[in-house]
Design a protein around this ligand. Structure first.
Ligand code: FAD
Ligand code: NAD
Length: 462
């Protein structure tokens, strides 16, 4: 058999795939990356993390002018939104970052091949390029990093107009009159916040008793109170029983705790995502797929059941988060190079970019109770932090959970200003097995929001 052209072919240019490809090249491998879309960066960059945060930031500036600016003595007069400029700015951010990814891969020496890839034989990846010319990449190893797609609901199929996915809800050209979001998870709450801040009436229909149910209960309840105060109509324990299209939109019948009828011009279905393996040609390879989750089964080194085929990111178990995908990509290629590597799944931070932001790492109080772990809990409101008063951002609290005997940190949950950045310190502390006393002992700059976190740790470490 002729020698393969590549040591590794990565399929998928998202935060899992491109980070893995860059690192593999840095480790001396000859690497190709196949991506079917023109812009590199995956769902995260094209229609996920980045465009949603750009819209969240823009809409937050607008909301500030209409609400808290006055407290600061700032009178902006009549304000309005130029949605075309706001959307163009978002797209410019996306395209700039996609160019940066391409440049990084170029510098690393990764060969990027545009087209839809599939496994066409042992050690062979076929890429159907957009211009119709198929390319065959012969390789020693394959890394699957094809990510996920919106799951949707069979009773509410996406039509791109009335019933939309998150990708379409990121690109609305007009502010909806009434946006109904089915699913009160990450996407529902973030995109619901964007459009509510820009002037839409927003209703969130959540099947479970609580929105954002993986959050620590105390934090989740605080978030729900805050979003209701901002005008979101949140209906938990509720489902859409019927949807009838009309001239202007949809008439919905809701059943459950929030039962009733609603009319809306747009309906966003955000009920989770499913792994994307369609068209990859895995059937003949021996790659095992979990029939319950649809995810590829891998071992601790991200090897599938098929020889020399690996998988990472949204395609495999664990939270569907960009930084988790990247961490797995790095660990997978280090493992291929014979280097020690692991991902610490107990210290993966997650953030909901609402206002206030919510950020967590480690176990929730509910999980500690369920496991019977002895623990101590300390929560300190931001209202007491000097910096919060200066900023006029006093909502929320920092909560620290530590082992009842050793004081080892088990979970940190923050709802409040800049929670997304505060969680980095807590993640490092959990990663390094630090105690609440360690966190409390470290000197925190004054006045900063981080003092609330330090005080929460101090309140349980004595
Ligand atoms: P992806 O990013 O999905 O990349 C897979 C790539 O593979 C895609 O570019 C796809 O085109 C390509 N591909 C698929 N099949 C083929 C094929 N056969 N041939 C060639 N190419 C193929 N996560 C966060 O951590 N923070 C956030 O703030 C955040 N916000 C989000 C907001 C939204 C609206 C959404 C939808 C998701 C968000 N996520 C966020 C989740 C995050 O986007 C995913 O967890 C992450 O993108 C997964 O990375 P990945 O590399 O596994 O896959
Ligand atoms: P999700 O799992 O976060 O939330 C889905 C919600 O829909 C859940 O609360 C679920 O109970 C509810 N639901 C399910 N079926 C329903 C039904 N029939 N009727 C009403 N409610 C129903 O999923 P998502 O919001 O679609 O996001 C997908 C994934 O993308 C997330 O799990 C997350 O991993 C990732 N994401 C992350 C971020 C971030 O990191 N900030 C932002 C957006 C997306």
């Amino acid at each position: 058999m002729p020698a393969p052209d590549f040591d590794l072919v990565v399929i998928g240019g998202g935060p899992g795939g491109y980070v893995a490809a860059e690192r593999a090249a840095g480790l001396g491998m000859k690497v190709a990356l196949a991506e079917r879309e023109a812009l590199l960066g995956g769902v995260c960059l094209r229609e996920g993390c980045i465009p949603s945060k750009a819209l969240l930031d823009s809409s937050e500036h607008y909301a500030f002018l209409g609400t808290r600016a006055v407290e600061h003595g700032i009178r902006a007069g009549e304000t309005s939104v130029d949605l075309a400029t706001l959307q163009a700015r978002k797209q410019a951010v996306v395209e700039k970052l996609a160019r940066d990814v391409r440049a990084r891969l170029g510098r690393a020496g990764v060969e990027v091949v545009r087209g839809s890839a599939s496994l066409i034989g042992p050690g062979a990846v076929g890429v159907a390029e957009a211009n119709g010319k198929p390319v065959v990449l012969r390789t020693a190893r394959i890394l699957l990093a094809t990510g996920s797609e919106a799951a949707g609901l069979p009773s509410l199929p996406f039509d791109g107009e009335r019933v939309v996915s998150s990708a379409q809800a990121l690109a609305f050209e007009a502010v909806p009159e009434h946006l109904v979001v089915v699913g009160g998870g990450y996407i529902g709450l973030e995109l619901g916040s964007v459009w509510a801040r820009l002037g839409a009436r927003v209703s969130v229909v959540e099947a479970l008793p609580r929105i954002a149910s993986p959050l620590d209960g105390q934090v989740g309840r605080a978030l729900e109170r805050s979003l209701r105060k901002q005008g979101l109509d949140i209906r938990s324990n509720t489902r859409v029983a019927d949807a009838v299209p009309g001239a202007e939109g949809l008439r919905l019948k809701l059943e459950g705790e929030g039962a009733g009828e609603l009319s809306c011009d747009r309906l966003l279905v955000a009920v989770g995502r499913r792994p994307l393996i369609r068209g990859l040609g895995l059937e003949a390879t021996g790659v095992a797929i979990d029939p319950m989750t649809g995810r590829a089964r891998v071992d601790a080194a991200y090897r599938t059941a098929a020889p020399e085929i690996y998988a990472i990111g949204d395609l495999v178990d664990g939270p569907m988060l960009a930084h988790k995908a990247s961490a797995e990509g790095v660990a997978a290629v280090k493992g291929m190079a014979g280097l020690p590597a692991e991902v610490n799944y107990d210290a993966i931070p997650s953030v909901v970019y609402t206002s206030p932001e919510v950020a967590s790492v480690g176990l929730t109080e509910d999980a500690l109770k369920a496991r019977g772990v002895p623990y101590r809990s300390g929560a300190v409101p931001f209202a007491g932090a000097a910096r919060s008063l200066c900023a006029g951002e006093t909502e929320g609290f920092a909560k620290v959970l530590a082992h009842g005997r050793s004081g080892r940190l088990l979970g940190v949950h923050v709802i409040g200003p800049r929670a997304s950045d505060l969680i980095a310190e807590a993640t490092l502390a959990l990663e390094r097995d630090l105690t609440a006393a360690d966190l409390a002992r470290a000197i925190h700059a004054h006045p900063t929001f981080s003092e609330a976190l330090r005080e929460a740790a101090a309140s349980i470490s004595g």
